[in-house]
Ligand binder design. Structure first.
Ligand code: AMP
Length: 143
């Protein structure tokens, strides 16, 4: 399954945050949308960074509640791995496993068009495997 097909099954649009947003505001945004990471951007197109719940936990563990008023730009990952629309889910899973992260911004013509999580990729792969199993069973049983 391609990344473009996974995105079609998700609600349109990407939740993003501005670099000046505070860590407390980001925590509220992640909770409100029930998501684990957002792309940091000023124009909704280019990717300046990515910040996930892991980054929040790390800084709170190091600095305590005083960190909540820091801007998210101070904890974001600036070197973001992205993917295009026409790559396979299995390739994205490999990149996530190698990079030890669970979120992947999707780009088209240099602009942010979506975000997929490891949960989306695993769900897509499981449904693909179920279809392959049904097809193989059909061939064996002669349907
Ligand atoms: P995650 O597993 O996605 O919650 O993220 C774990 C760490 O990797 C955090 O420090 C994130 O900022 C970072 N991260 C998440 N997604 C990406 C990505 N696509 N490229 C680079 N770093 C990422």
């Amino acid at each position: 399954m391609l990344v473009s097909q996974i995105l079609k099954q998700k609600p349109q649009g990407v939740i993003t945050a501005a670099p000046a947003m505070t860590i407390a505001e980001l925590a509220a945004l992640l909770a409100q949308h029930k998501i684990g990471a957002v792309v940091v951007t000023t124009d909704q197109k280019s990717v300046q960074g990515i910040v996930s719940e892991r980054d929040i936990v790390r800084v709170l563990g190091q600095k305590g509640a005083a960190a909540l008023t820091q801007p998210i730009s101070s904890i974001m990952t600036a070197k973001v791995v992205t993917c295009p629309l026409d790559v396979r889910a299995t390739h994205v899973l490999q990149l996530m496993t190698e990079g030890r992260f669970r979120h992947m911004p999707v780009m088209a013509d240099g602009a942010l068009v979506g975000m997929i999580s490891i949960g989306d990729v695993v769900k897509a792969r499981l449904s693909e495997l179920a279809m392959e199993k049904d097809a193989l069973e059909g061939m064996i049983k002669g349907f």
